[in-house]
Design a protein around this ligand. Structure first.
Ligand code: PFF
Length: 502
C-alpha cells in the first residue's frame, strides 16, 4: 500500500479543520439562531451542547481517522464490513452538499464584485431575485441558464479542484494557511469599524439580551445541538478524512478541543458582525432591530446590501463582508470535496489527480442545475432534506455504531496515548447517552414536521423528487457500492478486530 500523505504541521491540520468548520453557517446561521432562541440565554444550551456533543464527537472522529488512516467507508468497513455502506452514504451526502454549497460561494463571489459599485441599487431584494437570479415561480420550472452565476460557480469549483488535486500538503493545507488568517483579519476589521457606528451597541444588546425563559423550551435545546452539529462539519465524513492524514504521533484530544473552540469563537464574531450592522440599520431607519433581522440567504444577499447602502464607506464594508463570505465558504467547500475524493482514492484505487478530476467535473455538472432560474428553490429543498435528515441521520448512525457496538475503551486508549490530556468516563457518557438522545429527538421531530406538512409549502412533486428521492438514491447507491466492495477481493481493511465487540 502507498504511504499515506500527512499534514506538514499541527497548525496546518488545525487550520484545515477550522477552515472546514467555519463556513456560511457561522456567519448567517449562528447569529440568527442565538437571537431567535433567547439571545444571551441561548449561549447556555449552546455551550452545553458544545461541551457534551461537539468536543466528544470531534475527539471520536479525530481518533477514528487517526487510527484507521482512511476515509469513512474504509474506517467503517475496517470495524465491520456490514457498516461500510454508512461511510458511502456519508460521502454521498457530502457530495450532494458540495454541489449546491458551491453555488452560494459563487453568489458571494459575484456580490464581492458588485460591492465595489453597490450594483444591487436601491432595492436589493428585487435585484437579488429578479435581476440577479432570474428566479422562476417554482422549483419544477428550471428557467434558463444564468451565465454570471455559472461562471462564478465554475471558478469556485476550479479553486477546490486545484486545492484537492495538489494534495493534502501542497493544496488543502496551503490554501487554508492563507485563507484562515485572512478570514479572521477581514472579520476583525469589519467588526472594528462596525462597532464605532451609532446603533451597533443596541444591535448587540438585542443579540445578547438574555431571555431565560427560553432555557425551559425544548426546541431551544434542539436548536443548540443542531447548530453545534451543523457548524462543526461532524458526522458526514469530512473530519474523518482530514484526521486520516494526521501523522502517527499526533495529539487527538487537544486538537479536537481547539478546533471546536476556535469554531465557536468565530461564531461569536459572526454575531458581533451581523448584529452590529443590524443595530446600525435599525437606528438609521428608526425601527426596532426585530424588524430588520433575518437569516440565511436573505440575510447575506438582501439585508446586508440594504444595510451597506446606508453605511459610511459602503465599499469597505461590502468588499470585506463578501470576501469573508467567499473565503469562509470556499475553505468549507474544499473540505467537502476532499472528503469525497479521499474516499474514491482509498476505495476505488484511483489516483488523487484522477479522482479530483472526476469528482469536480461531475460536481460541476450537477451544480449547473442550482445556478439556473429555479436554482434557489431547488437549493432550498435539497438543503433542507440533506441537513435535516441526511447529515443528522449519518451522525446518529455513526455515534450509535461506535458508542454501542464498538469497544469505546479501545478508542479512548488510542486517543489518550498520543494526546496532551486524557478523556475518560464523562467522554464515554456523552457519546453513549447525551449525543444519541439529543440526535434521536431531532431526527424524530424532523420526520414528524416534514411528514405532516410540505416544507416551505412546495408542491408534492418537488418535495418528493428533490427531497425524499435524493436521500433515497444516496442510500440505495451506498448499499450497492458497498456490497460490490464486499465482493471485491483484496479488501483493504486495517486490523479488523480493533474496536469490534465480539
Ligand atoms: N461547517 C460549515 C458551515 O457551517 O458552513 C460547512 C458545512 C456544514 C457545510 C454543514 C454544509 C453543511 F451541511
Amino acid at each position: 500500500m502507498q504511504k499515506r500523505e500527512t499534514w506538514s504541521s499541527r497548525t496546518g491540520f488545525i487550520l484545515a479543520a477550522v477552515g472546514s468548520a467555519i463556513g456560511l453557517g457561522n456567519i448567517w446561521r449562528f447569529p440568527y439562531m442565538a437571537y431567535d432562541n433567547g439571545g444571551g440565554a441561548f449561549l447556555i444550551p449552546y455551550i452545553i451542547a458544545m461541551l457534551t456533543v461537539g468536543i466528544p464527537f470531534m475527539i471520536m472522529e479525530f481518533g477514528l481517522g487517526h487510527k484507521f488512516r482512511g476515509s469513512a467507508p474504509r474506517i467503517f468497513s475496517s470495524i465491520s464490513r456490514r457498516w461500510e455502506w454508512l461511510g458511502w452514504f456519508q460521502m454521498l451526502v457530502a457530495f450532494v452538499i458540495s454541489t449546491y454549497y458551491v453555488v452560494v460561494v459563487g453568489w458571494a463571489i459575484c456580490y464581492f464584485i458588485f460591492s465595489f459599485t453597490q450594483a444591487w441599487g436601491t432595492s436589493p431584494s428585487d435585484f437579488f431575485f429578479k435581476d440577479y437570479l432570474h428566479l422562476t415561480g417554482s422549483p419544477l420550472d428550471m428557467g434558463g441558464f444564468n451565465w454570471p452565476i455559472l461562471g462564478a460557480t465554475a471558478l469556485a469549483w476550479v479553486v477546490s479542484f486545484i486545492a484537492v488535486f495538489s494534495g493534502v500538503r501542497g493544496g488543502v493545507e496551503r490554501l487554508n494557511k492563507v485563507f484562515m488568517p485572512l478570514l479572521f483579519l477581514l472579520v476583525l476589521a469589519f467588526i472594528g469599524r462596525t462597532l464605532m457606528l451609532p446603533g451597533a451597541a443596541e444591535g448587540l444588546q438585542w443579540l445578547f439580551r438574555p431571555d431565560f425563559s427560553a432555557i425551559m423550551n425544548h426546541q431551544v435545546w434542539a436548536d443548540a445541538y443542531g447548530q453545534i452539529f451543523y457548524s462543526l462539519s461532524i458526522g458526514f465524513s469530512i473530519m474523518l478524512a482530514y484526521s486520516s492524514y494526521l501523522p502517527k504521533k499526533s495529539d487527538i484530544n487537544n486538537n479536537a478541543t481547539m478546533t471546536v473552540f476556535i469554531n465557536c469563537g468565530f461564531s461569536m464574531l459572526g454575531g458581533l458582525m451581523i448584529f452590529g450592522v443590524l443595530g446600525y440599520m435599525a437606528v438609521q431607519k428608526g425601527v426596532a432591530v426585530s424588524e430588520v433581522v433575518s437569516s440565511g440567504v436573505g440575510l447575506a444577499f438582501i439585508t446586508l446590501p440594504t444595510a451597506i447602502n446606508l453605511m459610511p464607506m459602503p465599499v469597505f464594508f461590502g468588499v470585506l463582508f463578501f470576501l469573508a463570505l467567499t473565503v469562509a465558504g470556499m475553505s468549507s467547500h474544499v473540505s467537502l470535496t476532499e472528503a469525497v475524493v479521499s474516499t474514491i482514492v482509498d476505495k476505488l484505487a484511483m489516483s488523487r489527480k484522477g479522482a479530483a478530476s472526476v469528482v469536480c467535473g461531475l460536481g460541476f455538472l450537477v451544480s449547473i442545475a442550482f445556478t439556473m432560474g429555479g436554482g434557489l428553490l431547488l437549493l432550498d429543498i435539497v438543503d433542507h432534506f440533506i441537513n435535516n435528515f441526511g447529515v443528522l441521520s449519518c451522525g446518529l448512525l455513526e455515534i450509535i455504531m461506535i458508542s454501542w457496538f464498538c469497544k469505546l475503551d479501545e478508542l479512548q486508549g488510542h486517543a489518550n496515548a498520543t494526546s496532551e490530556f486524557s478523556v475518560g468516563a464523562i467522554w464515554q457518557f456523552c457519546l453513549r447517552f447525551v449525543a444519541p438522545i439529543m440526535m434521536t429527538y431531532m431526527v424524530v421531530m424532523n420526520f414528524y414536521t416534514d411528514l405532516n406538512k410540505n416544507y416551505g409549502d412546495y408542491p408534492d412533486a418537488a418535495i418528493m423528487s428533490f427531497g425524499w428521492a435524493i436521500l433515497g438514491v444516496c442510500l440505495v447507491l451506498a448499499f450497492v457500492v458497498s456490497s460490490k466492495e464486499m465482493a471485491f477481493a483484496g479488501h483493504t481493511g486495517v486490523n479488523g478486530n480493533f474496536l469490534r465487540r465480539r
